[in-house]
Every structure is written in C-alpha cells, then in structure tokens.
Design a protein around this ligand. Structure first.
Ligand code: SF4
Length: 501
C-alpha cells in the first residue's frame, strides 16, 4: 500500500492506521511479564478438533488418567469468524476454525461465566498437535499465541506433541504439566482408534437405517459404554463386544442402491463434522449417498511411514560417511516398528470385537506405489502422497462412485495436489468421478450445489451397477445385518451384497 492510499484510508477511518508510522517491534511468544500460573491440581486442559465422537472419547480417556481435561465444542462458523478476527491474514481455513474455536470458548468463559481473563490464563492450558510444516501447520502454535494475545488472553499456556519435533511444553512452562508418557499416548491412541471404528460403522449403517436417528442413538449408547469403560478401567475389548449387541438391534434396509462417496483431502477439512466442511458428510447422507470417511488412523500410519522413510534416508547418508552404527537410529527404528505394531493390534482387536470386518488399515507402501508416478514421495506437507493414492486406488479397485477432495481455502499442499496433480490422474483415468472442492468458511450454497452436480452422475452409476445384477428370488435376512460384510469387485453396498449371494 503506498503513502497516498495510507493517507486516504487514515482520513476515512480516523486514526486506525496510526501504527503504520510506529516502530515495528520483534514478535515474542513469551508474555512480557511473569504470570503466577495455577498449580497442577487446579489446571484445566483443553483441546479438540477431531470428530465429534473422538473428541468426547478422548475426554473420557484422559480423565481416566487423572488429567483434568475438557474437549472443546465442535468448531462452527462463529469459530471461523473469531479466528479471522484475531488471526494473521492469509492463513488456511483450518487454522481459523481451530484457533478461533479456542478463543471463542475462552470468551464464553469470560463473558458468560464471569471468569476473569487473568483467571483463565492462570488456570487453562491448551494441548495441540504440531509439526514442522512446510505448510502452515508449522505455524499453528504461534498463531494460537498471536490470537490469544490480541483477544486478551496473553500468556495462556500451550503444550504440543509434534510428530517430527517431539514435545513442546512452551517457554513459559517450567515444570511440565502433562507427562507425555507411553501410558498417555497409548490411552489417547485407544480412544482415537475406537472412535475411528465406531465412526466407520456409523457411516456404513446410517444411510440404510429403517428408523431415522436409530444409528445415531445406538452410537451414543456405545459412546457411553466406552467412556464408562475408560473411566472404570474395564476391558475395552469386552465393551466393544457389548457395542456389537447394541448395533445389531438397529434395523437396516441395505438393498438400496446408493452411491458411495469417498471423502478425502486435507486432513482436518475432510475429517471434521461441522461447519468446517459445511457438514459435508451429513449433507451427502441427506442427498442419498453413503460416505467413506477418512479415519484418523490413516494419517497416523502416514506419519509413521514418513518417519521410517526419513530414518532410512539418514542411515543411507551416514553409511556413506561412517562405518559405525548409530544406536539412536536403531532405537528410533525399534520404536517406530513397535508403534505401528501396537496401532495395528489395537485396531484389529477392537474392530473384530465390535464386528467391523471389511476395513483394512492402509498399507502405505502399497499406496505409495500408486502415487509415486505422480507425486514426489519425500514431500510431506498436508496429506503427502495419500490424496493421490486414494484417487488412484478408488479407480483401480472400484471403491467409490465419486471421490471428493476437500481442500481448505489457503491450503498450500492440498491446492497443488487437487488442482495440479489430480488433473493428470483424472486425465489418465477418465472413468474417475472426481470433485476437488474448496471450503472457504463461506459460500455453503455454492459448495453444496457443486456436490449435488457430481452426485447426480454417482447416483446413476450406483443404479446401473445394481440393475445389471440378477436379483435372486430369495434374499436371506443376513444381508441387512451390518455384520455381513462381503468384499467383491462392486462399489455400492447393495450391489456388493447381491453379488455375494
Ligand atoms: S495442510 Fe493445508 S490446511 Fe492443513 S495446515 Fe497445512 S496449509 Fe493448512
């Protein structure tokens, strides 16, 4: 902006732009004055931003460890506006939603419950995940601190576990408040995995429920059981078995040829269940589709795979310069293998207990083979090569009638993949029904109408697939039971069931 513009804007808006002539000061994360924070036993931890079910299960899981933890409500449009009001310009959409959600929550504590900002800063700690980027994920902690400062909560503590940097407890946290022990991570992962499994089943069942709302009702009953199991330290496997009996009672009519829609794209935008993606999953279901969601375990497996690749790269470099064995690399390799084995084991045990048989944890090496001719596997930002792999996989293995890639406005990695690389994939696979769609926080009508247009073709494909089959004279009752999960070359659930008879 030149000086003339500045003058005009200054005259129009009074003295709002006085800061332009002031000296710029260095940004500092630590608060200027020392704050007398509350002792551990009075501290309240906040976090959130996963699926609705996972946020609540994590709350129960961490409470079971004696951590005074609360999950924030699901980010909504007001969170987004709050994020924009207090955040830096030019951030990606998930930054605004998640940062704004924290600020909105604290403002409510202050304005509706009458807790002073000083008391909130003293008592509350926000837990987040972090990373180095190279996308905006690397700036999340600073973004939180900037927005908190400008909203009047400067000094509120942030602690993070970063998949590639370790643990961040904040400059202002001398005595770590959260012990990021193996027990902490195992409990957290169990809650995430169970949430993934129940969510997958919910998305498989809800489109076919005979009585509207019965699946959500059953899932809420399952959530209560699992939450109680965490808090009472009961067997989670037995609890998942009890959930199976609850889900089995839900009446389904699965012989409806509905289009299957894979929802993928940027991690947060494709996973969130609210205004962050204009309630995409529920919108698709209301329009007569069945969603294939992206479980969080996929991102977890990708992170572990990326860490292994990096380690392999380092070892190869070191072996060229030295003959000695670096034991820290050996330790890292063992830990990565143990983490992968644990995730797979817990997932398999819980999935079998509740009756999810046809979902397989993604084999990232297999997916990398699909994407490597399109994407440089070493590029880690966003979803890495997963977005490309999912599209190729869905075409080659006939998994869905439509693939939607949700890319947040301002997202660097997702935009380059969806607009750039996926164009080449669809050019080579013209039978792919692919829609890359941006979420800006505003413009829901435009977003939904584009989804409806893509769904039209998907609905036709699902109907044709089903009508091409010979329907047997006698159809056994088992096809309506969610536990019957045959796998074959058909994409649609109804077609797959008929083809299995
Ligand atoms: S992947 Fe995109 S949306 Fe997600 S944090 Fe990075 S820049 Fe933001």
């Amino acid at each position: 902006m030149n000086a003339a513009c500045n003058n005009i804007r200054s005259q129009e808006s009074g003295n709002n732009l006085e800061f332009i002539h002031k000296d710029l000061s260095q940004w500092r994360e630590a608060p200027p004055e020392k704050i007398a924070y509350a002792p551990k036993e009075e501290t309240i931890f906040l976090s959130g931003g996963l699926t609705l079910l996972q946020d609540r299960l994590i709350e129960s899981a961490l409470n079971s460890l004696g951590i005074n933890y609360l999950s924030l409500p699901n980010p909504d449009f007001t969170s987004f506006q709050t994020g924009k009001a207090f955040g830096n310009r030019g951030q990606c959409n998930p930054t605004y939603f998640t940062v704004g959600n924290l600020v909105k929550y604290l403002q409510k504590l202050r304005d509706e419950q009458g807790i002073s900002a000083e008391e909130i800063v003293r008592k509350y700690v926000y837990i987040t995940a972090g990373g180095c980027g190279p996308c905006r994920f690397g700036m999340y902690i600073t973004e939180y601190k900037k927005a908190l400062r400008d909203a009047g909560f400067e000094g509120l503590r942030i602690t993070a576990f970063e998949h590639n940097k370790g643990i961040y407890q904040g400059e202002e946290i001398a005595d770590p408040l959260i012990e990021y022990t193996p027990t902490f991570f195992i409990t957290l992962i169990k809650a995430v995995i169970i949430g993934d499994i129940i969510n997958i089943l919910g998305y498989k069942m809800r489109p076919y429920e005979v009585e509207a709302g019965s699946v959500d009702h059953a899932i809420e009953a399952c959530r209560k059981l699992v939450a109680d199991a965490f808090l009472q330290k009961k067997s989670l496997i037995k609890t998942m078995w009890q959930c199976r009996t609850i889900l089995e009672k839900v009446k389904l009519n699965r012989l409806q040829p509905k289009p299957k829609v894979m929802v993928m794209g940027e991690f947060w935008a494709s996973m969130t269940e609210g205004d962050g993606n204009y309630n995409l999953h529920r919108f698709l279901e209301a329009e007569g589709a069945e969603c294939i969601p992206q479980p969080i375990i996929n991102r977890l497996m990708l992170s572990l795979w990326e860490a292994e690749q990096k380690l392999h790269h380092n070892e190869t470099l070191e072996s060229e310069t030295t003959k000695t064995v670096d034991f820290s690399n050996v330790k890292t390799r063992v830990m990565l293998k143990a983490a992968k084995a644990a995730v797979k084991l817990y997932f398999t045990l819980y999935a079998k207990a509740i009756g999810l048989h046809d979902y397989h944890i993604p084999d990232i090496d297999h997916l990398a083979k699909y994407s490597k001719e399109y994407y440089t596997l070493e590029c880690e930002a966003g979803e890495g090569h997963l977005e490309v792999a999912h599209l190729v996989e869905s075409v080659k293995e006939n998994l869905a009638h439509l693939v939607i890639s949700v890319k947040p406005f301002g997202c660097m990695p997702s935009s380059s993949v969806s607009d750039g690389i996926q164009s080449l994939v669809t050019a080579r696979h013209p039978d792919a029904n692919f829609l890359a769609i941006e979420t800006s926080g505003e413009g829901a009508a435009n977003f939904h109408s584009r989804v409806q247009m893509a769904l039209f073709k998907a609905k036709q494909a699902a109907k044709e697939e089903y009508e091409a089959l010979t329907i047997p004279a006698h159809i056994p009752e088992k096809v309506h039971n969610y536990l019957y999960q045959p796998t074959n070359a058909k994409a649609g659930t109804a077609a797959r069931l008929i083809a299995s008879l």
